[in-house]
Design a protein around this ligand. Structure first.
Ligand code: RIB
Ligand code: CA
Length: 335
């Protein structure tokens, strides 16, 4: 099942998206939100190292699609390591499985035999100007794809990029955000590719805290999706409480995904943004030239304010609708 089962229909053709992901707990939530939104058509997932190894990420991506009865969506395995930096995974944040305490059945589907970079090149060149990339992990796959096939820079419609910290502290070093810090050289390539980018940094995602109350609302629906979210986010909430004193968990990736069809949830500024790759204490720091001191044109639209409650309401409402739809499908199947 992809988006066809949803009650709300969009009067416009769905936005065609490819999700580049390091699934990860909030990545899984973003994938479920995409499947729950009739405004989108998920045309594939490319998996990258990050929250967990790319091998584990492939299993998680396939298992989450199966959970949502969307196993027909193709999944391609990408890069296992950053371009230059040593590997950095995040078991303390997402657990060794990458999905916290959740244990989904081993997926029946297999990934494509094609490398993610080749998958992205093929799909994007088949539909120039049609495909939106939602980048919610380190940018290694995208950077390598752009280097392997430079024509892609003119063929990708737009990128919604969860990453960076502009005025907000980092979450991996005091200055840098995880997706960018893990592979700052890849981020540099993507930032300067000329592709239209909407940056969704910690400045806005840290206002979007998914809480126990949101979970309990979803748990009123007897469906495997709220069960999964409970098990996955319980680990994630423990991390946020222990390391940052946050009661709940920051759902970074679902916000970036939501902006592909609800851009009104944030307020933006067109800015020149760069990333430090000099290798010192600022490695991976993203900085915006608010006062135009570098005399360079804006290279991205940066989300700096968010209507957090409206986004969280949308997230819970869509996940609830997907959970109910799956339940109804299950009841019909077992009749
Ligand atoms: O810093 C948050 C980002 O890093 C999210 O995409 C999370 O899933 C991790 O990839
Ligand atoms: Ca992610």
């Amino acid at each position: 099942m992809t988006n066809r089962c949803m009650t709300q229909t969009s009067i416009f053709a769905p936005k065609r998206i490819l999700i580049d992901t390091d699934p990860g707990i909030d990545d899984a939530a973003a994938i479920l939100l995409a499947l729950a939104s009739p405004e989108l058509r998920v045309e594939g997932l490319s998996v990258v190292h990050g929250n967990c190894s790319v091998d584990q990420g492939i299993v998680n991506a396939l298992a989450v699609l199966e959970l949502a009865a969307a196993e027909e969506i193709p999944v391609a395995q990408g890069c296992p390591l950053p371009l230059v930096q040593p590997s950095l995974l995040a078991p303390e944040t997402h657990g060794h499985s990458g999905l916290g305490y959740a244990s989904l059945p081993p997926p029946r589907a297999k990934p494509l035999s094609q490398h993610a970079c080749d998958f992205l090149i093929e799909r994007i060149l088949d539909a120039p100007g049609e495909l939106t990339i939602v980048a919610i992990g380190p940018l290694t796959n995208l950077a390598l794809t752009l280097r392997k096939e430079p024509r892609l820079a003119g063929a990708i419609k737009e990128i919604f990029l969860m990453g960076g910290a502009i005025r907000h502290p980092g979450n991996t070093t005091p200055l840098a955000e995880f997706n960018i810090y893990v592979d700052p050289h890849a981020a540099h390539i993507v930032f300067h590719s000329g592709i239209p980018i909407t940056l969704v940094p910690l400045d806005v995602t840290y206002r979007c805290i998914f809480t126990e109350a949101h979970l309990q609302k979803l748990e009123q629906i007897p469906s495997p999706i709220p069960v999964f979210l409970r098990q996955a986010t319980r680990f994630y909430m423990e991390f946020h409480d222990q390391y940052q004193g946050i009661q709940g968990c920051v759902i970074n990736d679902p916000l970036a995904l939501a902006l592909t069809f609800r851009p009104d949830l944030c307020y933006y500024q067109d800015l020149y943004v760069d990333v430090d790759v000099s290798g010192g204490v600022c490695l991976g720091k993203t900085f915006a030239d608010f006062y135009h001191m570098m005399n360079k044109p804006a290279n991205m639209k940066v989300a700096l304010e968010v209507r957090a409650e409206a986004f969280l309401e949308l997230f819970v409402e869509r996940i609830a609708a997907l959970s109910r739809a799956l339940l109804a499908q299950e009841v019909k199947r077992t009749r």
